[in-house]
Design a protein around this ligand. Sequence first.
Ligand code: GLP
Length: 249
Amino acid sequence: MSIAAAREVAQVLNAKPNAVLGMATGSTPLGLYQELVRMYARRELDFSHVTTFNLDEYVGLPVSHPQSYHHFMHEHFFRHVNIPPQNVHIPSGTTTNYAAFCDWYEQRIREAGGIDLQILGIGSDGHIAFNEPGSSLSSRTRLKTLAKSTIDDNARFFKERDEVPIYAITMGVGTILEARRVLLLATGKNKAGAVAAAVEGPVASMITASALQMHPNTQVLLDEEAASSLKMRDYYDWVQEKKPNAPKV
Ligand code: GLP
């Protein structure tokens, strides 16, 4: 899955070296980042004109905190590739004025020309970024209160559950839907229900990933376990099998 995702990213960068990438955190995209780092080390990719915008950040964690998304991105990706630091954008979890920061973040995305490719994971409750169930499907970057189930899911990264932040700053569903292309990645059995609801269920704010059904260019990349609850699985395999012979559009 990670290699397939890296190929998609490489394709975007080859076509547009100054592409704007939307970045995600979590365990899911780790393999993708490792693969991109490998490709960069083999000089197959150049990030010197790339701009990035991360989806979200915990509120209250300093950037140096090992569980902050700033730290995660630096450790797993940014310090290994040549993206100019001034082109990297991650929401601030420590600003004094969240509303002003969120407006500025949206404005920066617009000034950069919009996001060409947004990488996404999915929460076990069907969220994208930190757009918890019930989030408006036209929401913009803002402060969100995390669902208890998300705090439980993410507690594995912290010493104590009490240390998991309760609030986050996140791109909205509406912000994400404006990306020109979206790659949604998911692995493991505990994502199977959320994936099936997002891909095959009704479009509903209770599963914010389902809003991607309205997006003109979203690709979903899954491992076997994450795909295991899809009702139309046979059809998707059939489509992949028949794709090479389809008339070119
Ligand atoms: C967090 C992040 C999401 C991510 C989700 C799943 O809630 N805000 O962007 O998709 O976790 O994380 P993981 O990939 O670790 O399962």
